[in-house]
Design a protein around this ligand. Structure first.
Ligand code: ATP
Length: 322
């Protein structure tokens, strides 16, 4: 049986602005339950490794030893395989089901899109296994059915994401930055909780008129963060980091705020929570600086529950290993 191994990188948010409620298009436009976002997403080298193999049976099976990762139909990798079986019934009939093994390195429930990246890897892996020859756009369209971050995870690199996060514009690749990531092992934040709480607290200030939303999206295209990325000006990128979800996650989890402050004390280029947290990252310009910063933070917060990782900015998303 043929198999493929793939690397599925984590992502961080260099910018996350919530504009308002996302509405479905068309004449009967109504709230979709998602938010209308502007984000700058960046792949980093901290990656899960997935093995995708045609099983010859009619089952989809997920193997993962991580205690927080489900091995049933709720696993995003399983859902990606199920979607492919539904979309391509002839391939499913010919090749049978699929065995997916996930070697987890990306922390779970961390704001690093680990599950979304796993789903992206399964889409890419099955495209290869079934010799479908899907284009990147076609894979991303399938990914959008599974989750807002999945289309980005397929292509990776540096991208501006709008809509509910699935509409992507590629930005100039930022390859000369490293990142230190930190998370308390026992702390996870539910993405759904973070967005629901944000809506409760800040829903009054949401942009509601289509024209206002469009104007804000245009402003962001010409914003200082976009200019900093276009110029690959690392210190300006660091100054312009933004994450609206910090406004709900930091008050609820003071240890995340404390972690961010600990990073800040050692003057990285910039520091911010990623996605809905609770991972905090700090940007630096070299591996040596990353190692020094990691040591300092570990010394400043002598808590065995704190985990730290060093990663580089990644120019791409899912990569085939063999
Ligand atoms: P995002 O940044 O996209 O919100 P996250 O990094 O906060 O995602 P994930 O690690 O993707 O969160 O996992 C969130 C939840 O999804 C967890 O409760 C986990 O049990 C479940 N889950 C389902 N499939 C996976 C998977 N393949 N990998 C990790 N978690 C998964």
């Amino acid at each position: 049986m043929r198999s493929y191994s793939l690397l599925a990188p984590a992502k961080i948010n260099l910018y996350l602005e919530i504009l308002g409620d996302h509405v479905t298009g068309g004449d009967d436009s109504r709230p979709s339950g998602f938010h209308e976002m502007v984000m700058v997403l960046q792949s980093v080298s901290l990656s899960d490794r997935l093995h995708v193999r045609a099983s010859g049976t009619d089952a989809i099976r997920v193997h993962c030893t991580h205690p927080q990762v489900p091995d049933d139909a709720s696993n995003l990798a399983y859902r990606a395989a199920a979607l492919m079986c539904k979309q391509f019934p002839d391939c499913f009939a010919r090749y049978g089901g699929v065995d997916i093994t996930i070697e987890k390195q990306i922390p779970v429930g961390a704001g690093l899109a680990g599950g979304s990246s796993n789903a992206a890897a399964v889409l890419v892996g099955l495209d290869l296994l079934w010799e479908l020859g899907l284009t990147r756009d076609e894979l991303q369209e399938l990914g959008a059915v599974l989750g807002s971050d999945v289309p980005f995870c397929i292509a990776g690199g540096t991208a501006l994401a709008t809509g509910r996060g699935e509409q992507l514009d590629t930005l100039p690749a930022l390859t000369n930055l490293s990142v230190v990531l930190a998370k308390y092992r026992s702390l996870s934040v539910s993405t759904a909780w973070a967005y629901t709480t944000y809506r409760q607290w800040f829903g009054d200030s949401y942009l509601r008129r289509g024209g206002d939303l469009e104007q804000r999206r245009q402003q962001v295209h010409a914003s200082p963060m976009m200019a900093a990325i276009a110029q690959r000006d690392n210190s300006k990128i660091g100054q312009r980091l933004r994450n609206d979800l910090e406004k709900v996650v930091l008050p609820a989890h003071p240890q995340v705020l404390q972690l961010r402050e600990a990073f800040q004390r050692f003057n990285p280029i910039g520091t911010m929570m990623s996605g809905s947290g609770p991972t905090v990252f700090a940007l630096v310009e070299s591996q040596a600086q990353a190692e020094a910063l990691q040591d300092k933070v570990r010394e400043a917060i002598a808590n065995p529950d704190l985990e730290l990782w060093i990663a580089k900015f990644n120019p791409s998303g899912i990569q085939i290993v063999k």
